[in-house]
Design a protein around this ligand. Structure first.
Ligand code: URA
Ligand code: SF4
Length: 223
């Protein structure tokens, strides 16, 4: 089940249609992606989901077990928690587009169980062209970074969510990122991943922290 990451990792670039007119065109092309090895063992690609006019894009890590089976992002336990938190933060569900930094489920088989494995840098980098293409279509006003993997994809390897969470930040304007993600003048808010709430010893406090950070993101929309 564990195959070397490097042999087949060309990155998603050759699979992202350059003439895509909308998100539907991107979504239609995504099942053909062979940009890294993760497509081999996953059930299907899990593309982003939400209204094309959504003003907020929330970026998670990768699909989980339930998402992999259903083909939709954030439909498992972490997704349910996130939806509740979004609601408690006062953000309308139809303002949100949900997606992931990596679009195939990475796991290890233990008996018949599929154990989540955090994507490596190689997967994050390989899959980034899809995220860039989604952003180019959506041009979000507010970007919510859910956890470390999304932060790596959007903000580079040195960003620390725990240090910078819940604080509105300008879109990072280094030349490379501005070119990669043509979304300026979006603002972003980083927070923990909803799975971290599910794993926390003190779930209630962790949940309140997530809601507080999302409330900050929601206020950016209002203001
Ligand atoms: N966790 C994620 O990061 N994304 C999903 O779609 C589901 C769980
Ligand atoms: Fe392509 Fe991303 Fe899937 Fe890798 S994880 S095959 S880059 S869609």
């Amino acid at each position: 089940m564990t195959r070397p990451d490097t042999t087949t990792t060309t990155g998603a670039d050759p699979y992202v249609p350059t003439d895509a007119a909308d998100l539907a065109d991107l979504r239609a092309a995504a099942p053909g992606c062979r940009g890294c090895d993760l497509h081999q063992d996953a059930t299907q690609v899990v593309f982003g989901r939400g209204d094309a006019d959504a003003r907020v894009v929330m970026v998670g890590e990768q699909p989980g077990d339930v998402e992999d089976r259903q083909g939709l992002p954030f439909v498992g336990p972490a997704g349910h928690l996130l939806r509740r938190a979004v609601d408690d933060a006062g953000i309308a569900a139809d303002q949100i587009y949900l997606t992931n930094a990596v679009k195939h489920f990475r796991f290890q088989l233990k008996g018949s169980r599929r154990i989540h494995q955090t994507p490596d840098r190689v997967h994050i980098v390989a899959c980034r062209p899809w995220l860039v293409a989604e952003f180019a279509m959506l041009r979000p006003e507010v970007v919510v970074v859910l956890g470390a993997t999304a932060a790596k994809a959007l903000l580079g390897p040195s960003f620390r969510v725990t240090r910078s969470r819940g604080v509105p930040m300008p879109w990072p304007d280094s030349a490379q990122r501005a070119r990669d993600f043509p979304v300026a003048p979006a603002r972003l808010v980083a927070t923990i991943h909803p799975s971290a709430v599910l794993r926390a010893d003190d779930r209630e406090t962790a949940y309140r922290g997530l809601v507080a950070d999302l409330t900050v993101a929601g206020k950016l929309l209002a203001g």
